[in-house]
Each structure stands twice: as structure tokens, then as C-alpha cells.
Design a protein around this ligand. Structure first.
Ligand SMILES: [Zn+2]
Length: 231
């Protein structure tokens, strides 16, 4: 079982960036919850923990320690940017990082940017490195994502629930690809769906209130070589 640790940036007494009627801590909670749902719906072979279930206050070191003590295989910290810029960027630690960490950044960055661009022309601000505590103090491959700017025109995306869901699901796909998680078997489609998928068309040639009339037509059709069924 692979261990996934998802960190909802900020929380509790620390709202993170606040602008346009939005709070970073709420958006990071929503995005991570969408990621969690998508992982459990689509993949197996993993355990998952989040840094906070609700609106708790946590220090950066507490978040890293939670992941380290648990022995997580992957750590992703979700944030919203501020500073009136625009676009998406991702971070790994700017000290020594493993090739696995770079691989995680590559797959997450690609998945998230692709998903965002389904909603508009999102700027790619690049794969970056920084001395962030949660990246420095975590022992496993760790990436921090900055999902658009709360205090610019980007806010229109952040106010769109479908956008937050797509971004959360992209985080989930990135982590799943990085860990090579098996996909859940899809439930078998029902017979009716199979028929329509396979383009099976039925033709009705008559509707009668009198069964005798229906039987007469059925016999006539059979006589002409057509399979006839009375329903
Ligand atoms: Zn933040």
C-alpha cells in the first residue's frame, strides 16, 4: 500500500491569502477534498491522509512531521498564489532533491496545467524551486502547487466549483501516475447501455389495441422473412 499525504495549505487562524471574497484556506480544502474523492473512486493500492480534516490550525513543521512520522511515499501541498500575477506554478525544494521528486513535479505540473487549460488560457509560470519549510522538512518526494492567484482576474476561475474539482482531480491523477496505482475496475455497464453503445436499433411496425390485429401483422412479417415479436 502506497501512502499519500495531501496538505491543505493554511487553515484555522491562518486563512492564507484573502481577496475577492475568497480565502486560500477554503480553496485548498476544497481542492484536496476533490482529489481525495477522485483517488478513492478510481484507484486502489493506497492509504491516504490529509493534514487537516476541517479548519484546524497547523504549523508548517507539524505538517511535515505528520507525513514523516507516518512514512508517507508522497507529499503534496496545495496553495493559492497572491501578488496580482496570473497562472500556475509548482515547487520542489531548492536544496538537494531526488530524481523521484523531480518526476513527481513533472507529472503533477503537466496534469494540473492541462486540466486548468480546459477552462481558459492559463499561464504556465513554470516548475520552480524554493526553500519552503514543508518541502525542506519532508523526507519523501514533495511538491507544492500554487493554483492561480486569488487577487487577480484568476479569481474568476477560483470561484468556479467545476474548476476546483478539475484541479483536485488533476492532483489525484498526478499522484496516482507517479505511484503507479492500479485503476479500479469499472462497474459493468447495464445491458441496455451495451445495446445502445453497440448501436442496436429496434423498429416498431405497428401498435394495436386488439391482439388479433397484432398477431395478423406479425404473421405477415414472418411470412416475409422478418423476425417479429409482439410486446
Ligand atoms: Zn499559501
Amino acid at each position: 500500500m502506497k501512502k499519500i499525504f495531501l496538505d491543505k495549505g493554511h487553515g484555522g487562524s491562518d486563512p492564507g491569502a484573502v481577496a475577492n471574497g475568497l480565502q486560500e484556506k477554503t480553496l485548498t480544502h476544497q481542492i484536496v477534498e476533490y482529489a481525495v474523492d477522485h483517488l478513492f473512486e478510481n484507484y486502489t493500492g493506497f492509504e491516504l491522509r490529509v493534514s487537516r480534516a476541517g479548519d484546524q490550525t497547523l504549523t508548517l513543521s507539524q505538517r511535515a512531521k505528520m507525513a514523516n512520522d507516518w512514512g508517507a511515499d508522497v507529499f503534496v501541498s496545495v496553495h493559492i498564489n497572491a501578488g496580482k500575477g496570473t497562472g500556475f506554478e509548482s515547487y520542489v525544494y531548492n536544496g538537494g532533491v531526488s530524481s523521484q521528486t523531480i518526476a513527481l513535479q513533472n507529472v503533477l505540473h503537466g496534469e494540473i496545467l492541462f486540466a486548468m487549460r480546459g477552462f481558459g488560457a492559463i499561464t504556465d509560470r513554470g516548475k520552480k524551486r524554493a526553500n519552503y519549510a514543508v518541502l525542506r522538512e519532508t523526507k519523501m518526494p514533495a511538491v507544492l502547487t500554487e493554483n492561480l492567484f486569488i487577487d487577480s482576474n484568476d479569481a474568476k476561475y477560483l470561484k468556479n466549483e467545476a474548476f476546483l474539482k478539475a484541479v483536485g482531480e488533476a492532483h489525484a491523477r498526478g499522484v496516482a501516475k507517479f505511484l503507479g496505482l492500479p485503476q479500479k475496475a469499472k462497474p459493468q455497464p447495464q445491458k441496455q447501455q451495451k445495446e445502445s453503445d453497440g448501436k442496436l436499433y429496434r423498429v416498431q411496425v405497428g401498435a394495436f389495441s386488439d391482439r388479433e390485429n397484432a398477431e395478423r401483422l406479425a404473421e405477415e412479417l414472418k411470412g416475409q422473412g422478418y423476425p417479429a415479436v409482439i410486446v
